[in-house]
Design a protein around this ligand. Structure first.
Ligand code: NAP
Length: 463
């Protein structure tokens, strides 16, 4: 795929970009390394000031950056602006807390003084996806820059304007030239960049194949990686739950970002006694969602980010039906098109869709559906709910709705996921670690744990 901004709502190509030449890639890495040699010694207080300034730049320009994201990848404009605000929040969070997280930790031994010191590693490569073009990058960059690392961003090929704008945010904030740079390159250049001796580590947020490819390259040259990959999060609703609250959240939890979020609730696992009522209410919620131009503030569901995502989703929904699933609403792209104005006919729109009664054994029941499609599963009790929830190769997020303490404790103990939210939808928060288990990846971002991923945990012993 070329590097280009193509409006997913209209199919219009807005701007194309030439990928960097090998010579330009080499120059960029050289500047990163040169900057790192002095940047690593700059006091935390100064880095913190720059990071706070980056938050200011984001907040001042949130409308323009939000619009840019919406035009590049189709998320509703209000959500795009909120994403810029959240990116500012993560900058402020680490600007305020990095000193505490990175403080040397004394450990009593027979030395006169022994302690743990947290030091930077050098250049860290960030390979990032298009679905949260700002947030994914800032949640990596804010802690990395506070540690004293420098960042190199290889963003998804369909969000080049966002990629360039992010590097500009750090420059405008006062960070030294080279502290954070964007490389406009395709995925085919990742191996070459990661095997460069000056690049010390990498983080990738994206699909399983991309993660596996990056991690095997990193493994061949013994470099640290963090992987944030896909998920098919369970949203469990028990008879004891507040049904209205659960349904209200269920609609949001699946449809966020036009259904293209790693931590979206993708499988709704509902106790038999309330299954029909839950399904009926969820159908009504989905029927009320306005689909259309994501720049219109009234629109809740915009287009999928690329034609490929649409092409991948359609056979997946068909596979649900072939396996015995029943479509309760949606599933018909042509019918949706008839409701859209002429300028949106070439957009990648998919209707809000619910499929119920898919057999658990069907291979499709274990896949991630990246779009506005909810799968509903009926279960008898807490044991079956946990069994169904864990019956996937992924382990990113999970949430469960219950007012019974015993059920709550079972979910907290037994759900195989990097997080469990009780009576709330899964969301990321700068204050809490975020990441997955199983094939959803490894390592953590955010919180205190996130800032310790790309550091040299140096043991110091003074006799
Ligand atoms: P993708 O194709 O894996 O792309 C993500 C990034 O990886 C892009 O920059 C892409 O570059 C690059 N890439 C692709 N193939 C690569 C390879 N073989 N080696 C190195 N880099 C490669 O991801 P996507 O399908 O667009 O994104 C959706 C996936 O990301 C979903 O599975 C979603 O759940 C997951 N995701 C996870 C999280 C999380 O925090 N766990 C957050 C968001 C998304 P090009 O664009 O140039 O191909």
């Amino acid at each position: 795929m070329g590097i280009a901004t193509i409006n997913p709502a209209t199919g219009e190509t807005i701007q194309t970009f030439e990928p960097l030449s090998d010579a330009a890639i080499a120059q960029t890495i050289e500047l990163s390394q040169h900057t790192y040699e002095t940047y690593r010694t700059i006091p935390l207080a100064q880095r913190s000031q720059w990071l706070s300034a980056a938050a200011d730049v984001l907040e001042t320009n949130k409308d323009a950056y939000g619009r840019m994201m919406t035009v590049e990848m189709g998320k509703p404009i209000q959500a795009a602006i909120a994403e810029v605000e959240k990116s500012a929040w993560v900058c402020r969070y680490y600007a305020e807390h990095a000193e505490e997280f990175l403080a040397p930790a004394t450990v009593e031994t027979d030395a006169s003084h022994s302690y743990v010191s947290y030091q930077p590693l050098g250049i860290v490569l960030a390979v990032m996806p298009w679905n949260f073009p700002f947030w994914q990058v800032f949640r990596f960059a804010a802690p990395a820059l506070m540690v004293g690392n420098v960042g190199l961003l290889k963003h998804a090929s369909n969000v080049p304007q966002s990629a360039l704008a992010i590097a500009e945010v750090f420059e405008k904030a006062g960070f030294p030239k080279g502290a954070f740079q964007t490389l406009l390159v395709g995925a085919d250049k990742v191996k070459q960049i990661l095997t460069d001796d000056r690049v010390k580590a990498a983080t990738l947020t994206g699909s399983e194949p991309a993660g596996a490819s990056l991690a095997s390259t990193a493994g061949s040259v013994i470099k640290k990686t963090v992987l944030e990959l896909g998920g098919s999060d369970p949203f469990i609703v028990m008879e004891s739950a507040d049904l209205e609250a659960a349904v209200n959240m269920a609609a949001t939890a699946r449809m966020i970002n036009n259904g293209q979020s790693c931590i979206a609730a993708k499988r709704f696992i509902v106790q038999d006694s309330i299954f029909d009522a839950f399904a009926q209410k969820l159908v009504a919620k989905y029927a009320a969602l306005k689909v259309g131009d994501p720049l219109d503030p009234e629109v809740k569901i915009g287009p999928l980010a690329t034609p490929t995502i649409l092409q991948d989703l359609q056979p997946q929904v068909q596979a649900c039906v072939d396996a015995g699933g029943k479509i309760l609403i949606g599933g018909d792209v042509d019918a949706l098109k008839q409701t859209l104005p002429s300028n949106l006919q070439a957009g990648n729109f998919y209707p809000p869709t619910i499929v119920a009664e898919i057999p658990l054994e069907a291979p499709i029941a274990q896949e991630e559906l990246f779009g506005p499609v909810a799968m509903l599963f009926r279960v008898a009790d807490v044991d079956e709910a946990i069994r169904v929830a864990n019956h996937i190769p992924f382990g990113l997020g999970s949430c469960a709705w219950t007012r019974e303490d015993a059920e709550r404790d079972r979910f907290i103990r037994d759900l195989e996921a990097g997080c469990v939210f009780i009576n709330s939808m899964v969301k990321s928060d700068p204050r809490l670690p975020f990441g997955g288990i199983k094939r959803s990846g490894y390592g953590r971002e955010l919180g205190k744990e996130g800032i310790h991923e790309f550091v040299n945990i140096k043991t110091v012993w003074i006799q």
